[in-house]
Design a protein. Structure first.
Length: 214
């Protein structure tokens, strides 16, 4: 999925570059993301540790004025994780696997300076979807008649997944180049409102973005 998104972005860059205009009301950006490692703490001997990971993202923003923006972020990451599970009998099992993570957020941005170089602050809320990629039951098998291959059967697994509310913000700096392209670097901190007894996890990440007006 990330490779497909990267290819589409690469194909669209020439179009975006020809349409750059800082005076426009809209801005969109592509981002490289480095998410730091984290954990949820320990409850009853069970714990979850998530490794650092890189990912891709893109954003849309609307300018109310040169300093105030409202927009949306979309991010995809696949961090490795290690889950240690302790059952009622005191038996421990360990799962080493890879998460599928998607973050969708609505955020406001305030640029402190109306000029080529400006620090900024962001705040917002959204949802984080996490799929453990671990089956939560036996496979489900379906069969049907295929117009070319005849009668075929295939199966799939439901996996443990969860969508949680998230909120937080970021501090960063943006710089507008002469051609109109904007470079942005920010440090993001987002709290995940988990539904279990463990402390809510925090997602800390650096975002390096290239943005264009349209």
């Amino acid at each position: 999925m990330q490779r497909t998104i990267a290819l589409l972005i690469f194909m669209l860059l020439p179009v975006l570059a020809s349409a750059q205009n800082y005076g426009n009301k809209w801005e969109w950006s592509v981002a490289g993301i480095y998410q730091e490692s984290g954990s949820t703490g320990t409850v009853g001997g069970s714990s979850l540790e998530i490794d650092s990971a890189v990912g891709l993202g893109f954003s849309f923003n609307y300018f109310f004025n040169p300093r105030l923006m409202l927009g949306a972020d979309f991010e995809w990451l696949s961090p490795d994780y290690r889950a240690t599970l302790l059952d009622d009998q005191g038996m421990t099992s360990v799962i080493d696997h890879e998460l599928t993570q998607f973050n969708g957020r609505i955020k406001g941005t305030y640029n402190f300076i109306d000029g080529p170089l400006s620090p900024f602050i962001e705040a917002g809320f959204g949802w984080t979807y996490v799929d453990s990629n671990v089956a939560d039951g036996p496979p489900i098998v379906g069969c049907w008649w295929h117009p070319w291959w005849g009668y075929i059967c295939d199966g799939y697994y439901d996996t443990f997944n969860e969508t949680s509310f998230s909120y937080g913000g970021a501090l960063g700096v943006r710089y507008r180049l002469r051609g109109g392209t904007v470079l942005k670097l920010s440090y993001n901190n987002w709290e995940i409102d988990g539904s279990g007894e463990a402390p809510d996890p925090t997602l800390n990440a650096f975002r390096l973005e290239a943005a264009w007006g349209f």
